[in-house]
Structures are given as structure tokens and as C-alpha cells.
Design a protein around this ligand. Sequence first.
Ligand code: B12
Ligand code: SF4
Length: 521
Amino acid sequence: MKVLFISPNREKEPYVAAPLGIAYLSAVLLKEGYNVKVLDLCFEDEPVSATKKTLNDFQPDIIGISIRNLESSTTFLIPTIKDVVDCCKDYGRGKIILGGTAFSITPEDMLRYFDVDLGIIGEGEESLPELLRRLSDKKPFDDIAGAAYIDNKSDFRMNMPWRLQDINRLPMPARHLLPNHLYDMGNIQTKRGCEYSCIYCTYPFLEGKNVRLRSPVSVADEMEEMIRKYNIANFYFVDNVFNSPESHAKEICAEIIKRRLDIQWSALISPRNFSKELLNLMIDAGCKSVEIGSDAASSVMLKRLGKNFSVDDIRHAAKMCDEAGLMHMHFLLLGGPGETEETLKETLKNMEEINPPKVFAVASIRLYPNTPIQRLAEKEGKIKKGESLFYPKFYISDDISSRLFEIMDEFIPRHPNWMYFPANAVKMPNEVAEVKVDKKEIIWKKETKERFDEIIKSVPMLLQPIARRMVNKKAMENALVRGSSFVEDKDMINAFVSETPRPFQSKMREKVAELGLSGWL
Ligand code: B12
Ligand code: SF4
């Protein structure tokens, strides 16, 4: 049986990320005797043509599409890969199976958006081969861990994800199927899982809370193989938190040092469990920079975000890095639950004092399913219970709202070492409007505007200006409540029709149906 894996991810910021998940899955399937090919679309000028060509040349029976990112710092990415998925559907012969982190976060929406009926959430190394066996034997797959599918009645079904307890049993990723020479660095994993519970974070759901460690010997063997076979000298540890547990991080470094690997690497770390001893070992093992998930430099906000370290831990970690000449970048998440002008200014002041070489600050928090902040946002009425979080929605504390952006707009130009993104300004596909809450401005996307114009025309002339004002008011309200800078047509049309005086509603409904949007009411 032939299996084609496609990585449609074309994001190159901050670095290109090789599709490591696909390399793991390929290794497992190769061991089981499948004929496997990987198509990484990151560097293709014409992703759809490249996909078409590969499908025609290779003639796969199974097409596994790995969907990594829902959005980048600026853009909602899912619509950008629809052409590729459609091209796989047009091919018609291969069974399409979706997977990957973005798929695992919003499986139902993703299946419905792409009109595909099957995927696997979470780790795929055991579930995918089992699914392929069942498909080939034409047996039901409803009991497979992580299976996410649309059944005959068009209902969505999903099983809890599979997590391998002993990850040392995994084969080495099949990197020979990847275009290694094109990547900035080699990515490698030393553990899976995160035991912490930061309120916004998807990682404990994606990888589980049970931390599963790889043996340092196996990690160093993999690194040696990457150096020997692919000339890779630049590494990135993709662990959620490289230094948790600290003892494991020390053992990894010790093994690299013992083997005298001539490499450079970076990792994501926490300011906790970061001793001078570990720092020295990391540097001796080739660490050139760390990305620190500091999140805030206010003790109130650290607590509210569920962090398990203090402002002093951040200060201490930064000071050690500075003294050792290690490049460090800090992530900040501003505007979360409990954020006030006071806590924000405290974070900014403390970070100015700490003065790291780089800060990556994000204002407003993207809400993801299966996170504590989702439940809080539901409780606070910022989103409805069970509301879809496929299209981005954001949390901004009511105690700061638009002041958050004003303060940051004033702060950022004075701090050239800061990168700053108002997360809720993420660019959206056509069917939504961009709302600049702070400037009270709404920029309707062309298609949306045309749809509303059509619907508005179905009410009497005299009422049309009122209807227009109502749409704008509703868009602004939606944006404010959800901390979002865009509005979905679906919500708007719904609110718009139901708030129009009853006698005119039926005409509007007819118009909505005529536009083929009746499913939205
Ligand atoms: C390390 C990491 C990074 C590193 C990558 C470094 C590198 N060189 O690789 C850095 C810091 C650079 C980074 C950047 C970004 N990242 Co990042 N990153 C991660 C992290 C922590 C691990 C990813 C990883 O390598 N996992 C290891 C591999 C083995 O696992 P995997 O890919 O998930 O694959 C498994 C399963 O998903 C599944 N699977 C995968 N594909 C398929 C396909 C099929 C058919 C099936 C059945 C199963 C399947 O099986 C695999 C094996 O078990 C994840 C969080 C997490 N814990 O997953 C976020 C994560 C992937 N990143 C995310 C994002 C958003 C980004 C950025 C867009 C951030 C930004 N604003 O710039 C960029 C994009 C970079 C890019 N080029 O794409 C999001 C993606 C989802 C989302 N919210 O949109 C995640 C999930 C974090 C989050 N916020 O929720 N990232
Ligand atoms: S933010 Fe980091 S430490 Fe917190 S839950 Fe997520 S991965 Fe774990």
C-alpha cells in the first residue's frame, strides 16, 4: 500500500519547521512494509501543481495531510491550504486522513471546513498503522484511539488521543524522506508531555500531562545520525520545556558533551528549574540561544496565567544568561485574566529593567479548546458555551480592554529589541470584517460587504440606513466582547436578521437563502 504524507505548512517565520511528526509516522509505516513518500510544500512555488504532480506520479492509496498551524502571528492560515486539500480530493483515489497539531486542536471544524471525513488527533504512531489495517480489511475503526471522523449521519465522533508511554520504543524519524538540505536546522525531541497547567496552553492536551522522557543516549544517537547523514549542525529541541525536569536536560547535555558533538542549538525553556549548573552544561553542549516562556513580569499575572515561577526567577534566569553571554528571548502574553493598567505597567517596567536582548510580546490571548481560559471565557460570557474556536477568538481582560493596545502602541517604538503583535489583529479570510476597536473603525471585506448589501436591500428603503448602522454596531459589539478584530458573517447575519423588526424578517430570510447561506440562520 502506498502512503503519501503532505505537509502543506509554508510558514517560514520565525524559522522553517521540518515536519518531524511526519518523519516519525513514516518511520513507523516503513517498518510495517508500506511504501511511503513525503511531500513538503514549504519550498514549492506552486503547491497545488506540486501536489497534483506527486499524486499522479506516486498514485498513493492513502494521503496523510499534516496540518500544523492554525495561524501565524499575523494570518489565519487554514484557508491558505484549502487548495491543496481540494487537489487531493480531486485525485479521488486515495483515502485522505488528516492529522497534526492544528487538526488535533479543532478536529470537527477542520473536517467540516475541508469536507474530509477522517483524521487522527494527538500522536499518530500507533493509531495510524492500526487505522490503515482496519481500512484495508474494511473493518470499523470507531474504537481506535484518537480517531476523529464524521459518521454516516454526518455526526462528529472522536476518541481520546493515544499516547505511547515508553517513547524510547519509537523508531528514529525517517528523515531520509525529507528535503533536509532546505531546513534552517534539524529539529529533535527529547520528551513528550507537559505536567503544568498554564491556563491558555494547548500543549498539555496535545502531548498529555504525563511527561515521557527519551533516553539521552537515544537522543544523542539521533543527533549523530543527523550530523553524519545530513550534515546538520544546527539543532532545535522541540520539547515544550527543555529544562523540565532539569535532571533530564542535564543528562542530555552531558551526553552531547561526552560525544564531543560539534553543534549549535536552541530550545524553549522555563525560568524555573534553570540553575547555573544547567546553564553551564547547556553552553558546553553547544546551546547558543534560549526562548523563555516568561509570559508576564507581574506576580499577580504570573499567578493568574497559571505559571509556577516568580518575577525573581525571570530576573535570575536573564541575569545568568547575560553573564554567560547566552542569547535569550522572552515571550510575553499581555491582557490575560486580571490584567489591569497597573499589572501591565508593572510587567513593562520590570522587563525594561531586566532588559533582555529580545522580547516577543503578544497582546490578547488566542482562545483554544480544552484549556482553562476557554472555560473562563465561557463563564465570563466572552464566548458562548461550546462555541467553535476554529476561527480565532481572543481573551482581553475587561479591566484593560482597548487601553492595552494604546499603551503598547506608545511603548513599542521606544523599545527596538521588542517584537510586538496584537494577536487579535490576525488577518482573516474573505468572509469576515476587520474591526479596529480602538479606532472604532470597521473594514468590511469586499465579499462580506456585498452579501450584506444584498440582504439589506430586502428591507424597505427607509429602513436600510438603520439596518446598516445596526450591522456596524453589532460588529463592534461582537469584537469588543470577544476581544477579536474580526467578525464572522455567520454571527452577523444571524444577529442582523433576528434583530430586524419581525414583519421584515421573512424577506431577509428569503434573501439569505437565495445567497445559499440559509445554513447560517
Ligand atoms: C517546537 C515548536 C515550535 C518551534 C519549531 C522549531 C523547529 N525547527 O521545528 C518554533 C518555536 C520555531 C515554533 C514556531 C511556530 N509555532 Co510552534 N510549536 C512547537 C511545539 C512545541 C512542538 C512541535 C513539534 O515539533 N512536535 C513534535 C512532533 C513529533 O509532533 P507533531 O508535529 O505534533 O506530530 C505528531 C502528531 O501531531 C501527529 N501528526 C502529525 N502530522 C500528522 C499527519 C497525519 C496524517 C496523522 C494521522 C497524524 C499526524 O503524529 C505526530 C507524531 O506523534 C508545538 C506544541 C506542541 N507541543 O505540539 C508548537 C505549535 C505546533 N506551534 C504553533 C505555532 C502557532 C507556531 C508559530 C506559527 C508561532 C508564531 N506565531 O510564529 C510558528 C510557526 C513556525 C513554522 N515554521 O511553522 C502551534 C500550532 C497550532 C496553532 N495554535 O496554530 C503549536 C501547536 C503551539 C500552540 N500555540 O498551540 N514552534
Ligand atoms: S506554557 Fe509551557 S509550561 Fe505552561 S503548560 Fe504550556 S508547555 Fe507547559
